[in-house]
Design a protein around this ligand. Structure first.
Ligand code: ZN
Length: 180
């Protein structure tokens, strides 16, 4: 009897949860879409823009890809992962591989850690700006930040550079993305 009763209870709980989602979710989903675009686990977007001597990388990824979880941290290990992510993103030196001859350095990083809650999805978004002494040597970039991410299934790369406007996908952190 107990074996039969338990799944039944679970089903009722699941139905209640679905009903709650149906009531609450559509407006929230629409709102998030308007504000931030689509949140899709495994999906990372990189926007690379080169103008003059300034190279900007803007990227977004679900917190699941950056931290391995999307809830407010519950354990010391999760708090450490969160702090480590903030550290490498803010430092900005290993998000992008650049031709050494271009002489680029991190000029500015804009990053606000996502507000992690237990009931919602969360995205990381950051903007890294590099200034390069010899921008003419910037033939490519490598998406090094992929080394820091996990369970990535699809990486969309949008490139805007002089005479170039292109959309690519990449798979590996050492894959060169042409800027020409
Ligand atoms: Zn999510």
């Amino acid at each position: 009897m107990l074996r039969q009763a338990k799944p039944f209870k679970t089903t009722l709980a699941a139905l209640a949860a679905v009903a709650a989602l149906l009531v609450c979710q559509p407006s929230r989903a629409a709102e998030e879409f308007e504000q931030h675009g689509v949140h899709e686990h495994g999906h990372v977007v990189l926007n690379v823009a080169l103008e003059g001597d300034t190279l900007a990388l803007e990227w977004s990824a679900p917190a699941d890809q950056v931290l391995g979880f999307e809830h407010a941290p519950r354990t010391a290990a999760e708090r450490e992962r969160l702090a480590a992510a903030t550290q490498w993103i803010t430092r900005g030196t290993d998000v992008l591989g650049l031709p050494p001859a271009a002489g680029c350095r991190v000029q500015n990083v804009a990053h606000t850690p996502p507000a992690l809650q237990n009931s919602a999805h969360a995205d990381y978004r950051a903007r890294h700006v590099f200034v390069c002494a010899k921008p003419e040597a910037l033939a490519w970039v490598e998406p090094w930040l992929l080394r820091k991410l996990q369970d990535v299934e699809h990486v969309e790369v949008n490139i805007v550079a002089p005479g170039v406007q292109r959309q690519n996908t990449v798979r590996r952190a050492d894959e060169r993305i042409a800027l020409r």
